[in-house]
Design a protein. Structure first.
Length: 84
């Protein structure tokens, strides 16, 4: 039986998720990034997420390469990952 791991942490202002750093656990299956205050957060310089509309990605195949960059000013946000 395959195990899944759940990782949650807080980040502030700028943060980068590099999928290669999670290859020791077979990659990332799901990501959710949600600002904790009423601020907007930019994802890879073109997409925005808010408290009401968090950034979410899920995949049946693990994400093992590439990265996502999150930017904002005075933004505290929670990052939730499901790892395989």
């Amino acid at each position: 039986m395959k195990k899944s791991y759940y990782k949650e942490f807080l980040a502030k202002d700028e943060f980068k998720i590099d999928f290669a750093t999670y290859n020791d656990c077979n990659g990332v299956y799901s990501i959710e990034v949600k600002p904790l205050n009423n601020s907007k957060l930019s994802v890879n310089s073109y997409d925005e997420c808010t408290t009401e509309n968090p950034f979410k990605i899920s995949s049946p195949v693990p994400m093992v390469s590439g990265n996502l960059e999150f930017e904002g000013e005075d933004v505290l946000f929670v990052v939730r990952l499901v790892l395989g």
